[in-house]
Design a protein around this ligand. Structure first.
Ligand code: PAF
Length: 296
């Protein structure tokens, strides 16, 4: 397939490299002013990718969009007039709600949503490390996307394991709950994911997850509080040495995904008339850190 990876950060670069290795014609689209970009995955040889070449968009069978949630709209708008209506759009990012304002414009394209637990780290502009094996789930964002189940097999061949999920919304909510629990707390306290296992965080973690569950129930998402709490603990242990993406964003003074993680839960809670004080406090705390950068 002709594949363009839009936003080759850590996860995008991991997929670009793996899909090229699996025999696809992969190119990159991003913010650099260049026509080629080399990438190296772990100790494997470096591969040279076409970069920001409009021809690759015109011929794309699949756009894999791995920019951050808050960049999705601005990254995609200028590309839509340049691609064919048959081009499949696959979105992979933390958080929810990034496509809310785009749904109408995406109606004529097959659109898919994915969530992955693969760990990836950009160690330099041209090198990426695969820090943890994971699982990827994808499913339809719109009716045209529902006809693209075969993409799960294409991805599975390149970077297993990948499964099609008829209820991708549920998987996205589960991941959202994990991100709500881990990301803001690790960013605020400057700690690794594993340090959240310390007893002083237990009550806050419980409150965060309990609140997310109440919103999920209002959204009619099937959910089990004890199972979700156990999932959060499992991720904390499995990624114990990692610094969460929000921790890294705060450390580097980059805009975080808080509005699409905790902020999404807060907005949904407001719509349902539910109080989510623990999540609200974390949302405000991260926002105030971000605001302090523009003021200083
Ligand atoms: O955003 C992240 O860092 C990851 O989604 C997760 C699961 C919290 C692990 O660090």
């Amino acid at each position: 397939m002709n594949i363009v990876v839009v936003g080759p950060g850590a996860v995008g670069s991991l997929w670009a490299y793996s899909l090229q290795q699996a025999g696809h014609r992969v190119s990159l689209w991003g913010t650099q002013d260049t026509s080629h970009w080399a990438l190296q995955l772990d100790e494997s040889p470096s591969i040279d990718f076409a970069y920001n070449q409009p021809d690759t968009l015109r011929h794309a069978d699949l756009l894999l969009i791995t920019v951050k949630a808050w960049q999705v709209e601005s990254a995609l708008q200028p590309l839509l007039p340049l691609i064919e209506q048959e081009t499949i759009l696959l979105f992979m990012h933390n958080g929810m709600g990034a496509l809310d304002n785009l749904a109408d414009r995406l109606r004529t394209f097959p659109a898919l949503l994915a969530t992955t637990t693969h760990g990836a780290l950009k160690t330099s502009a041209h090198t990426v490390k695969h820090t943890g094996l994971g699982h990827t789930q994808l499913g339809a964002f719109n009716p045209l996307g529902a006809q693209c189940e075969f993409i799960a097999e294409v991805l599975n061949h390149a970077l297993p394991s990948v499964a099609w999920n008829m209820h991708i919304e549920q998987a996205l909510w589960q991941k959202l709950a994990v991100n709500c629990a881990i990301n803001p707390l690790t960013a605020i306290h400057h700690i690794t994911n594993g340090e959240l296992a310390q007893p002083q965080y237990r009550q806050t973690l419980d409150s965060i997850v309990t609140e997310v569950v109440s919103v999920m129930q209002a959204e009619r998402m099937p959910v089990d509080l004890a199972a979700l709490r156990a999932t959060v603990d499992n991720v904390i242990h499995a990624t114990a040495a990692n610094r969460s993406s929000m921790h890294q964003d705060i450390f580097h003074r980059r805009r975080t995904e808080i509005d699409f993680i905790t902020g999404y839960v807060v907005r949904k809670a407001q719509q349902h008339g539910l109080a989510v004080p623990a999540n609200l406090a974390l949302h405000q705390h991260i926002q105030s850190i971000e605001q302090s950068w523009t003021q200083s």
